[in-house]
Design a protein around this ligand. Structure first.
Ligand code: SF4
Length: 349
């Protein structure tokens, strides 16, 4: 089985100890599907996911994915391109590349900037309208990757980079590393190279040992970074994860965790509402998904700046010149109203 060179080197150097973590040596799943595996689309026809890699070599102490999925291994570039071509031939127009860490794509195949190479090869496929990737690791977002995003019209100006926390001491205990200053520099760089880029991240609150001060640092970061889409998760013990074994005295009470989660979400609600208000008046390309999940009086869709299933929605209350809309079709639309997370649109053509 291949593993990611950097992961092995880091393990050897002891930068992140894997003591007590036997996932890398246990019998691990080898199977990774290829373009020849029959695909049944579980997403609406215009949109599909492609898994480009499986497993993970990062040692995040709250996570058991490496134990479950094994070491990081990439699919061959040709296999991914062939699968994309098959999907496009079936009518798919939006492809979302996924993996536990898409930004490590190709490292085990000896590729440098493998994800940027893959995007370059894929963005030009005839028939493809939107291409995006999810789950970037912060220190793996390279200048070349950002430049590739900026260069191709088909690549969504959308970066999903889970940061998990913004206090260096929590990040260290999470075995993630990184600093709030470094994260802010990354965000500024992404915004400079890819104008109009939309960012998504997620944070875990209540990680063992998180003090009121650590949390205040996270709040300060969220206020400053003004990230467009934000997920906040409450820490919960995962048997088998390194953090499970941390001193019981460090564990944050459940009520405190919930209170912090609500506080951070309230802060983000204000940031999001303000950002969404700026969308009003914009003309956008909209992928119509069908009737709204909430009411049959409205329909809903997404722009390239909304990833499938996770971000806010675009609600459609005016079909413009159309009697009916066709789900899975792209329309031009104008944003006419904004809410905290969702916006409302009118179809133009
Ligand atoms: S959180 Fe993500 S990067 Fe970290 S170990 Fe789990 S899958 Fe890997």
């Amino acid at each position: 089985m291949h593993s990611r060179a950097e992961g092995d080197a880091r393990e050897k150097a002891g930068r992140f100890s894997r003591q007590g973590w036997d996932g890398a040596t246990a019998a691990l799943p080898e199977y990774l599907y290829s373009d020849l595996t029959p695909r049944i689309l579980t997403t609406p026809r215009a949109s599909a996911y492609i898994k480009i890699a499986e497993g993970c070599d990062h040692p995040c102490s709250f996570c058991i994915i490496p134990q479950l999925r094994g070491k990081f291994r990439s699919r061959r570039l040709e296999s991914i391109v062939a699968e994309a071509e098959n999907l496009i031939a079936q009518g798919v127009r939006e492809i979302t590349l996924i993996g536990q860490d898409t930004t490590c794509y190709g490292e085990d195949l000896g590729l440098k900037d493998g994800l940027a190479m893959l995007l370059d090869a894929r963005a030009v496929l005839p028939g493809l309208k939107w291409l995006r990737f999810l789950y970037a690791y912060p220190n793996k977002v390279t200048t070349r990757l950002l430049e590739t995003m900026a260069r191709h019209e088909t690549i969504s100006k959308y970066l999903d980079v889970p940061l998990q926390h913004a206090s260096p001491s929590v990040l260290k205990r999470m075995k993630r590393g990184g600093t709030p200053e470094g994260f802010l520099r990354l965000i500024a760089k992404a915004r400079a190279i890819v104008p109009g880029i939309v960012l998504r991240t997620s944070f875990i609150v209540g990680f063992p040992g998180e003090t009121e001060e650590d949390f205040a640092q996270l709040e300060g970061f969220v206020r400053e970074a003004r990230i467009d889409w934000l997920g906040v998760f409450s820490y919960s013990d995962e048997e088998g994860a390194a953090a499970f074994g941390l001193d019981a005295a460090l564990k944050v009470p459940k009520r405190t965790i919930e209170a912090r989660r609500r506080r951070l979400m309230r802060l983000q609600q204000k940031i999001s509402a303000k950002a969404k208000a700026d969308w009003v008046g914009r003309e956008v390309e909209l992928l119509v998904e069908g009737e709204s999940d909430e009411t049959e009086l409205l329909w809903q869709g997404r722009t390239a700046l909304h990833a499938p299933e996770i971000d806010g929605k675009v609600l459609i209350n005016d079909f413009g010149p159309h009697e009916m809309l066709v789900a899975g079709t792209f329309y031009r639309a104008e944003i006419t109203e904004s809410h905290d997370y969702d916006v409302v649109a009118r179809i133009l053509e």
